[in-house]
Design a protein around this ligand. Structure first.
Ligand code: ARG
Length: 457
């Protein structure tokens, strides 16, 4: 055996080329917490079931605690010849407790071990994403409530369309994030089965108590098929899809922050704490946080595509291709989690320019649909009302005025159904009129904010 520390040296005569060693290296060196947690549960079960001597199990569990402490204290030097985190932990354990360490890998393969490690890792990230999304949703619910009656222009095609409230707009993102949170919870629910006991691919000839290990590691059950359990990375694809959609939502919000902070919109002033300046232009204040959230979205999409393509050609069961999975998880989580967290801090610090937003909400004939609805309420078919109001908008454009500045005579000439109360139509009336579930009436926006909070609880 050329390398006594290698876990599979027995049938090899020659050593490994350094090129191979480096080429096959993974990115799991920081995942010791999860790997050791899995090994502790496995060793306890092996001892309890009498598969290894009880005193060896005790020594292994104690030794693993020391190894974990060394990792946490950053006392471990990574040795590339040891391949991955699994073999490092075993080698370090051997240094602590001697030959008994060799019993830890009884009834286990790195293939079910790494499936376990991945599940623990993704489960932890799902929990973090669920919490981080909840914090941002709570922030949006508060702002939605606070701005339930503050008007702003609503847009389609980036053209001013109809007045909405700022609260309504912000709560739209709350709804998106609530779905995102549910996607992470769903991913977590599905991944939460114990793969250990699947061996390399075919299961195990030992009388393992898989239920005991599952309980110890807080899994809801055990896998039913050893091939699937070792080759399945659906939960990673699902996690990455949830990450991609979440980041997409934040990217849309980020785009709005960038637009709103421009002089053209002037709907928000950026808080100093979340803006950056220019090295040349002394006056500049830029929305770099929002831009980077938008700019990093492609990385998350890329990891999802990476994983899907990685999986599509693999025959059952484990193939080394699967080692690439961890980088996708680590990379996506390293974008999405900090993005959720910084938005939860930044969004409440945005200084919304409410008078400017209110003024903009009433411009550009934003009440035209409401004028048409006025006629419909008096019996006119909507299509005809649309035509009539189109004519009024044309008249306004000629005079350079808004609809409510048009003289009543112009209305009367357009339709006998108009009465003087048409001139009282304003943004607040238009908002208040949308008083149905899902509408932008302030009372409905307040209810939606409350419902969002309830959904979080
Ligand atoms: N480092 C490997 C991975 O992350 C662990 C499993 C290796 N198994 C094997 N048969 N080479 O996927």
């Amino acid at each position: 055996m050329t390398n006594p520390q290698r876990t599979w040296g027995g049938r090899f005569e020659a050593g490994m080329d350094e090129l191979t060693r480096d080429y096959t290296a993974g990115v799991d060196r920081d995942l010791y917490e999860h790997d050791i947690a899995g090994s502790v549960a496995h060793a306890r079960m092996l001892g309890k079931a009498g598969i290894i001597p009880a005193e060896d199990a005790v020594a292994i569990v104690a030794g693993l605690a020391e190894v974990l402490a060394d990792f946490r204290a950053q006392k471990v030097t990574w040795r590339p010849e040891l391949e991955d985190i699994h073999t490092h932990v075993e080698a370090l354990l051997r240094e602590k407790i001697g030959d008994a360490a060799g019993r830890l890998h009884t009834a286990r393969s790195r293939n079910d071990q790494v499936s376990l490690l991945n599940r623990l890792l993704v489960r932890q990230y799902c929990d973090e994403a669920i919490d981080a999304a909840a914090d941002l949703i709570a922030v949006l619910a508060d702002l939605g409530e606070r701005h339930a009656a503050d008007p702003m222009p609503g847009y389609t095609h980036v053209q001013r369309a109809q007045p909405i409230t700022l609260g309504h707009h912000l709560l739209a993102y709350g709804e998106m994030l609530l779905r995102d949170r549910a996607r992470f919870a769903d991913c977590r629910r599905r991944l939460n089965v114990l793969p250990l006991g699947s061996g390399a691919l075919a299961g195990s000839p030992y009388p393992l108590d898989r239920e005991m290990v599952a309980r110890e590691l807080a899994f809801d059950g055990v896998s039913r098929n050893s091939l699937d359990a070792t080759a399945d990375r659906d939960f990673i694809a699902e996690f990455l899809a949830a990450c991609a959609i979440t980041q997409m939502h934040i990217s849309r919000l980020a785009e709005e922050v960038v637009l709103w902070a421009s002089a053209e919109f002037a709907f928000v002033k950026l808080p100093d704490a979340f803006a950056t300046g220019s090295s040349m232009m002394p006056q500049k204040k830029n929305a770099d946080v929002a831009e980077l959230a938008r700019g990093r979205t492609g990385r998350v999409y890329g990891e999802l595509m990476n994983m899907l393509v990685n999986l599509k050609g693999q025959p059952l069961a484990y193939n080394r291709d699967l080692q690439e999975d961890k980088a996708t998880v680590l990379n996506a989580a390293a974008v999405v989690l900090p993005t959720l967290r910084i938005f939860a801090a930044m969004v409440p610090a945005l200084a919304f320019q409410l008078p400017r937003m209110r003024q903009a909400a009433g411009e550009n004939f934003s009440l035209a649909t409401d004028v048409a609805d006025y006629l419909v309420k008096k019996g006119m078919p909507f299509r005809q009302a649309h035509e009539v109001v189109g004519g009024l908008v044309r008249a306004c454009e000629q005079r350079g005025c808004e609809l409510n500045a048009l003289p009543f005579e112009a209305y009367a000439a357009a339709s006998p159904l108009f009465e003087r109360d048409i001139l009282a139509l304003d943004v607040d009336a238009a908002l208040a009129a949308r008083d149905i579930p899902g509408g932008t009436a302030p009372v409905r926006v307040r209810a939606a904010a409350a419902a969002l909070r309830t959904a979080l609880a």
